[in-house]
Design a protein. Structure first.
Length: 245
């Protein structure tokens, strides 16, 4: 039985001489592992459509051990991601995040839309990439079940004070008047409001906010530390990206 879906290729691996094993992030089925037969053959029509970071329409059928992609038609290849090694490495990091936080056989429409929107912004090149990175990290954590408590101070319920602190291990806000964990990071009002916006706004507007350069650096640091605390795994793509920076 065949099924057709749209998916973003977030991982690829050569199998044998010409086959390819890919992982696609799809809206209806979440993560889908599938083989592409003779994908690397010279006349294969699936080369581009099943390459890493390609967004394609995929026709799948269930094989003996896994899905097989019978037909792949590219929708968006995101060529301009490859114009800049820093941008490309960041996109690969986003793909690795999806592979870690999405589930198999679980709808992932919002996560797919979030990553596709981030790729379009990276291709355009007119938005601060650290802002894109921070916003994606925080919202993808929310989608993956790691929503931080940003409503008010965890201890006393203060909604906003001149300076608040974010516990990157516990995922909660602490006001300046309450005792706080050692690893809590000071976050100014603008950053607190940006974090609340990222977590709660419509998925299509996640990147539609502005911050000063200084506050973007704080937001970027806080979101990355929180993500690493939640996921507790090594992201080689992030390490490569930071090495370039």
């Amino acid at each position: 039985m065949q099924t057709t879906t749209k998916g973003l290729i977030i991982r690829e691996q050569t199998v044998g001489e010409s086959d390819r094993l890919v992982v696609a992030l799809t809206s209806e089925f979440g993560l889908v592992k599938a083989f592409v037969r003779r994908a690397k053959a010279a006349k294969s029509k699936s080369i581009g459509a099943t390459s890493l970071l390609a967004y394609s329409e995929l026709t799948l059928y269930r094989g003996k051990d896994a899905y097989v992609i019978d037909r792949a038609v590219p929708i968006e290849i995101f060529f301009h991601l490859r114009d800049n090694i820093e941008v490309l490495s960041l996109a690969q990091y986003f793909a690795q995040l999806a592979g870690e936080l999405a589930g198999e056989e679980e709808p992932a429409g919002d996560m797919l839309r979030l990553i596709l929107n981030s790729f379009h912004l990276l291709c355009r090149g007119d938005k601060n990439i650290d802002l894109i990175k921070a916003a994606l990290e925080l919202r993808i954590l929310c989608l993956g079940g790691y929503m931080p408590n940003l409503i008010a101070c965890e201890e006393c319920g203060t909604y906003l004070s001149e300076k608040m602190y974010f516990d990157t291990d516990g995922g909660s806000l602490i006001c300046s008047s309450c005792p706080r964990p050692q690893n809590a990071v000071a976050v100014p009002q603008g950053v607190v409001e940006a974090m609340r916006y990222i977590c709660l706004c419509d998925i299509g507007k996640v990147f539609s906010f502005k911050l000063s350069e200084e506050n973007i650096k704080i937001l970027s640091s806080v979101c990355e530390r929180f993500l690493l605390s939640c996921c507790k795994c090594r992201f080689t793509t992030l390490e490569f990206y930071k090495g370039l920076k």
